[in-house]
Design a protein around this ligand. Structure first.
Ligand SMILES: CC(=O)SCCNC(=O)CCNC(=O)[C@H](O)C(C)(C)COP(=O)(O)OP(=O)(O)OC[C@H]1O[C@@H](n2cnc3c(N)ncnc32)[C@H](O)[C@@H]1OP(=O)(O)O
Ligand SMILES: O=C([O-])CC(=O)C(=O)O
Length: 436
């Protein structure tokens, strides 16, 4: 048996038992009070989900199974000592709660390369049936759904599998799906932006290195950047739109392809993953209007104008974070180390000095600081990956690591159908004694 799966079986059965006991012994304990405002403001701050893969602190940012990003970069296996951690290792950490050794990471790389070779031809046919002008996220999601014809989970369910074993076909499907996403993403990229000049997978490469290779980038620098990108975007606890949606749809026992496609539809929204493309549109407009070397005063004016038009400044603000996103900082450190003079990076740095003040002065923005999307596109563009519409697809490839390892755990825990209650405005008014 696959050693990762074997280990998961041992760890999983113990934790599933613990959860059962916890609910049996403490099911009626009160854990939180909820205000009307929390409900109406998008359930912010309401603890309502069980997710082990990562947790988010408003001040400190993300921790993957208790490891901060700098700690991950220190401890996860790398191809070279001065390189970036391999995303395969992060997948293992999120799935199993411990740092893998290099041999285990190599096993996952090889396993994914093997699985990626079996993508059904119709996944490419449905992409080809779409106009090239269809946004890459439309093409990406269509292909994900098309691949669900191969779902182990659906097959096992139809054959009447005992529900305590659901995690097993879910594990298989999740690994198939993760392994294939770089191939699909690169195919869409080459189709839309490089005249359909496709590049075959190199099964000797790691998962992220292969993505760079299939997109047409074989330099070590871009592979390193891709590994960093894939690690940083992988997870952000369970309440963000893509993770929550994947989980929600999964609770209906939809297969991993359906569940993940649902999450990706959320990622494609401009307030979530698509913000990485929106940032580039905002920057391009700024450059078109003012020039590529704007003063801080000009940036301030441009940002204020955006707000006057009733629009958001993309890449800034967050639903949970109340400080600069460490994923922004990590990318900025990377840029400062390798490409400090890149014009877009200079612009990002200048914007960082101006926009928080502009947002603070509105008096309503809860977090005026940059999030992950404020720099990711500028970094990719500075390395020559200039086609902005592909950025959310790259985010999606990375996000699969977190939300799909959580989906396996959902089935290990036997999480039931998610079904909160909804009430009318009249109900809320009555509940709090509101006088009309
Ligand atoms: C990977 C990710 O998903 S990271 C987030 C990516 N998204 C973006 O960068 C888009 C820009 N940012 C935003 O729109 C928001 O900050 C969000 C969607 C990320 C968070 O939204 P919320 O939790 O509702 O933010 P918050 O509670 O601070 O909102 C309060 C007000 O400030 C506004 N606001 C928040 N951020 C911004 C911003 N960057 N620019 C302008 N206004 C903003 C909100 O629109 C809201 O206005 P309203 O009361 O008139 O409706
Ligand atoms: O946490 C959130 O709501 C959004 C976010 O940054 C992410 O999903 O990466």
């Amino acid at each position: 048996m696959d050693p990762v799966k074997q280990k998961l079986k041992e760890v999983g059965s113990k934790r599933a038992e613990q959860l059962k006991r916890l609910v049996a012994e403490h099911g009626n304990d009160v854990i939180q009070e909820v205000t009307l405002e929390q409900v109406i403001s998008g359930m912010k701050g309401i603890v309502a989900l069980l997710t082990d893969t990562s947790s988010l602190d408003p001040e400190e940012g993300i921790r993957f199974r208790d490891y901060s990003i700098p700690e991950l970069r220190q401890h996860l296996p790398k191809l070279k000592d001065d390189g970036e951690p391999l995303p395969e290792g992060l997948f293992y950490l999120m799935l199993l709660g411990e740092i893998p050794d290099r041999a285990t990471v190599d096993f996952i790389s090889r396993d994914w390369a093997r699985r990626a070779a079996d993508i059904p031809g119709h996944a490419f046919d449905v992409i080809n049936a779409l106009p090239k002008s269809a946004h890459p996220m439309i093409q990406f999601n269509t292909a994900i759904l098309a691949m669900s014809t191969q779902s182990h989970f659906r097959k096992a369910y139809m054959e009447g599998m005992d529900k305590k074993d659901y995690w097993d076909p879910m594990y298989e499907g999740v690994n198939d799906l993760i392994s294939r996403l770089p191939v699909i993403a690169a195919y869409i990229y080459r189709r839309v932006f490089h005249n359909e000049k496709y590049i075959d997978m190199d099964p000797s490469l790691d998962w992220a290195g292969n993505l760079a290779h299939m997109m047409g980038y074989d330099s070590e620098e871009i592979k390193r950047l891709m590994r960093l990108y894939m690690v940083l975007h992988a997870d952000h606890e369970g309440g963000n739109v893509s993770a929550h949606t994947t989980h929600l749809v999964g609770t209906a026992l939809s297969n991993p392809y359906y569940s993940f496609a649902a999450g990706m539809n959320g990622l494609a929204g401009p307030l979530h993953g698509m913000a990485n493309q929106e940032v580039m549109v905002w920057l391009e407009q700024l450059i078109a209007e003012i020039g590529d070397n704007p003063t801080k005063e000009q940036i301030r004016e441009y940002a204020e104008n955006t707000l006057k038009q009733g629009r958001v400044i993309p890449g800034y603000g967050h639903a949970v974070l109340r400080k600069t996103d460490p994923r922004f900082t990590e990318q900025l450190n990377f840029a400062n180390k390798y490409i400090p003079e890149a014009p877009l990076i200079k612009l990002v740095r200048n914007i960082y000095e101006v926009v928080p003040d502009v947002l603070r002065s509105t008096g309503k923005v809860k977090n005026p600081w940059p999030n992950v999307d404020a720099i990711s596109g500028s970094l990719l563009t500075s390395y020559g990956i200039t086609e902005h519409p592909i950025y959310t697809v790259l985010f999606g490839v990375s996000r699969s690591l977190g939300v799909l390892s959580s989906l396996i755990w959902d089935r290990i825990y036997g999480q039931p159908l998610e079904r909160p209650s909804s009430k009318s405005l009249e109900w809320y008014m009555k509940k709090v004694g509101f006088k009309q």
